[in-house]
Write a protein that binds this ligand. Structure first.
Ligand code: AQP
Length: 330
């Protein structure tokens, strides 16, 4: 079976952008692939955090992923810091990654602009990400659009290492992104992408009331000042894409007609969206509540995931150390 890897930071609550851009795809792909899904807590410490908060968010993320449909019988679900080979390979990759490649990463520029003092971890983040993926020799990475540039860097890292230490037959594959039609969900302001650290999100486990409170003021086509103004769905940055993701096709067709013909006001359109969103999200919230009540079971699943991940990770590191001459004392 082809092997896939992907990760998510426990830097806040799993949101609808993460779900539609990545996690829903993971749930589908786990059936035909050998799958590794990682809660990347080493990445999450590149921004401000407290230890208690990180611990809680890591477990909450595990609950949200399992509630979304990741099945530990099909996929290996684990926490990054439980598999120390990630940081070991990350360091090795730092030694073969040109600094210029890191400095031109858009996410580095954006995230460092939001910080007073920029730590090296923010710059080196995509190197650790390359290690996350290549440790499992994964050639496919289901992610949202914002990660495409980081994956380019993973390919550069794989190429550089192969050229130096495995010139005859490449050891590391060059991983490719696997995108969904919902590869970039905009935040509720309709500007930046929906992002945990910006706070423009709809949390996957929010109650129907909380979701409605967020949808109600969300930006729509600016041409629709009054209910009688005709609109263009393509210019509606949040609500129309969410309809396409959550509503059945006939409803999306109706949304398009009612927007163009001013048959519905934006509030009517949002109410229909709310109904269809909650049809998909309510069962996830219910499953999450059940899992929250069984924290020991969740911990056990994560420990077992780490054990399975380490079997592969150790094998890769044995090869890497041997090819690089890092095995002198073995
Ligand atoms: N708005 C989005 N639309 C589509 N996909 C998205 N992803 C994130 N935001 C969107 C995808 O979700 C996966 C996990 O993301 P992550 O948590 O590892 O990092 P991120 O991309 O940086 O997500 P956030 O929410 O923006 O987190 P912060 O604010 O902490 O940086 C990835 O596959 C990502 O593409």
């Amino acid at each position: 079976m082809p092997r896939i890897f992907s990760g998510i930071q426990p830097s806040g609550e799993l949101h609808v952008g993460n779900y539609l851009g990545a996690v829903k795809n993971w749930v589908a792909l786990q059936h035909g692939h050998e799958s590794f899904f990682c809660i990347v807590n080493y990445h999450a410490i590149t921004i401000a955090f407290t230890p208690d908060e990180l611990r809680r968010r890591t477990r909450d993320m595990a609950v949200s992923l399992l509630a979304s449909g990741l099945d530990p019988a099909k996929a290996v679900v684990f926490v990054q810091s439980d598999v120390p080979e990630h940081t070991e390979l990350g360091w090795i990759f730092n030694t073969i990654t040109p600094l210029g490649e890191l400095e031109r990463q858009v996410q580095f520029k954006e995230k460092s602009a939001r910080q007073e003092q920029v730590m090296a971890g923010i710059l080196n983040y995509p190197v650790l990400q390359a290690a996350d993926i290549l440790l499992y020799l994964a050639d496919t990475v289901p992610v949202g659009e914002d990660q495409v540039q980081h994956l380019e860097l993973s390919r550069v890292v794989a190429r550089n290492w192969n050229a130096r230490f495995s010139p005859d037959a490449p050891y590391f594959p060059e991983p490719q992104p696997k995108l969904t039609p919902t590869r970039r969900i905009a935040g509720l302001d309709g500007q930046a992408k929906m992002s945990k650290s910006i706070g423009n999100t709809i949390g996957l486990l929010e109650t129907p009331e909380q979701v409605w409170d967020k949808l109600r003021p969300a930006v729509t086509d600016p041409a629709r000042q009054r209910k009688t103004d005709a609109g263009e769905p393509e210019k509606c940055p949040v609500i129309y894409p969410l309809h396409k993701a959550f509503s059945p096709v006939p409803v999306v067709t109706e949304v398009e007609a009612k927007c163009r013909g001013a048959g519905w006001g934006c509030m009517d359109c949002k109410k229909v969206l709310h109904t269809h969103m909650m049809e998909e999200l309510t069962p996830i919230r219910t499953r999450a509540a059940e899992l929250h009540a069984r924290p020991k079971d969740v911990d056990e699943l994560l420990h077992d995931g780490a054990r399975r991940a380490r079997l592969v990770a150790r094998e890769t590191m044995d090869t890497v150390r041997a090819r690089m001459g890092l095995d002198a004392s073995q």
